[in-house]
Design a protein around this ligand. Sequence first.
Ligand code: ZN
Length: 253
Amino acid sequence: MLLNDKNGILFFQFPNLAGFSEIQHGIFTRKCGYSKEPYKSLNVSFEVGDHPGIVEQNRDILCRCIKGKEFVYAKQKHATQIIILAKNDKVHSNAPFAGDAMITDVLSKYLVIQVADCQSLLLYDPARHVVANIHSGWRGSIKNIIGKTIEKMEKKFGCRPKNIIAGIGPSLGPCCAEFVNYKKEIPFNLWKYKNNDNLFDFWALSRDQLLDAGLLIKNIHSSNICTKCNTDLFFSFRGEGTTGRFAAVIGLK
Ligand SMILES: [Zn+2]
């Protein structure tokens, strides 16, 4: 991952997405925001108990940093609802969106996923000029929201998976993703991602879901940064309990 500093605001970028000048993207850290403990400090979620006015201020930091006109946040449900914002559709920008993935071909519409251990997956198809942002926690992984989102990109926007560039954001790593109740929670066909200590490698699962959807291995970059091991930089639900959510953003300029 590339670490950028814009006027003191830190954000990471995927090397395979950073080369495209027609898009902007960033994985923001928890640093340089206004929130107090336990949300210290760049918390972008209204859902975790933080002061709404401060969350607004934090969200403004993102807008200033990425210089986006419109940032789209969704109410994330750990399900497989996919929000599509297409040029040809009538876009109701004030609608209270609910969903765990967003796809758009509209310029200046920046898609934001909010996470603390769950994965954000940033996708870009340079052939069709379509971006997507996916929220995939373990529930999303089980339901393969990744595959479902790519299918929508194909059907709705004519994307071809072999053209899609993908980044897997900082999230709970195989070092920390312990599931003691995995027999109840995780389907049998995914137990191959578990080691002897009941630790699951959801990064490997996401990579495989991307490959199964038709992406090329050379177009996939995993940050390999574990949020629970890096609570100085990122919020971690497993590591901290009550905490904030950091932002993963992608959009067409
Ligand atoms: Zn870890």
